[in-house]
Design a protein around this ligand. Structure first.
Ligand code: DGL
Length: 262
């Protein structure tokens, strides 16, 4: 069975995990959300890279066949370093700028500060002619969503979102996708996120096969050691949640309305 690690700073990547599971129901997914350090979006780049490398080490010890970085911020900051360090394919994610440019003329891109300032995002936008983009860095929204959905803290979206008239909004942070419908209503326009595109990319990488990628180094660690009894009982296709906050991630995933279709 193919095994794929999905990583985010916290709960945001659960929105990508949901898309991946819809498209690839036979794959065994491991989810690692680093809630203890979320949000990542304003942290120094070196710190983000070191936290992400640590997560990839965890996946490597499990012997995964590949990893999805379900975090625009980590992708923007250090996807190249992660790919160089891992012996398995690492799939990053990008704000859905291209699909927005195909459908709209005036687009707002909402993202964390590290994503908003990144050369990757600027390059992506520069390749989309005929569409006008405004990028807005939101320093606190991902943390507020993390707080609202894991600790029941109060969240008022309008305190975070800039006002303006747009015909498309790109959700450049996986946390924002939890409030996709509310954000669409706030702006009264189409909303784009990268979850489905990332799942399709994973599917095509799996289809191509892993042969052109180096296999992870053989490890003497039994990959099953981190499976707890519950995980074993849940059957082959369930998600295995990893890390100190695995219970939080698991409960957000299982109880959130966005994921009922799975
Ligand atoms: N969910 C992440 C992203 O897509 C990170 C948010 C954060 O931790 O600031 O950018």
């Amino acid at each position: 069975m193919v095994r794929i690690g999905v990583f985010d700073s916290g709960i945001g990547g659960l929105t990508v995990l949901a898309a991946c599971r819809r498209l690839l129901p036979a794959v065994r997914f491991y989810y690692l959300g680093d809630n203890g350090h979320a949000p990542y979006g304003s942290r120094p780049r070196e710190e983000i890279a070191s936290l992400a490398l640590r997560a990839m080490g965890r996946f490597a010890r499990l012997g995964v066949d590949g990893a999805v970085i379900a975090c625009n911020t980590v992708t923007a900051v250090c996807i190249g370093r992660l790919r160089a360090a891992c012996g398995f394919p690492v799939i990053g994610m990008e704000p859905a700028v291209r699909p927005a440019a195909l459908a709209c003329k005036h687009v707002l891109v909402l993202a964390t500060p590290r994503t908003a300032e990144s050369g990757r995002l600027q390059a992506l936008i520069a390749r989309c002619r005929g569409c006008n983009f405004e990028v807005c860095a939101l320093p606190h929204l991902a943390g507020a969503i993390e707080g609202a959905l894991t600790r029941g803290e109060r969240l008022t979206l309008s305190d975070h979102l800039p006002r303006g008239l747009y015909d498309g909004v790109v959700l450049g942070c996986t946390h924002y996708a939890f409030f996709r419908e509310e954000i669409a209503r706030f702006y009264g326009c189409k909303v784009f996120d990268g979850g489905e595109g990332t799942a399709r990319r994973l599917k095509s990488v799996l289809k191509l096969g892993m042969d052109d990628h180096a296999k992870p180094p053989q490890t003497t660690v039994n990959p099953n050691i981190c499976f707890n009894q519950n995980c074993k009982e849940r059957g082959a296709k369930g998600v295995i949640f990893l890390g100190k906050s695995r219970k939080i991630n698991e409960s957000v995933y299982k109880t959130n309305i966005c994921f009922r279709k799975i």
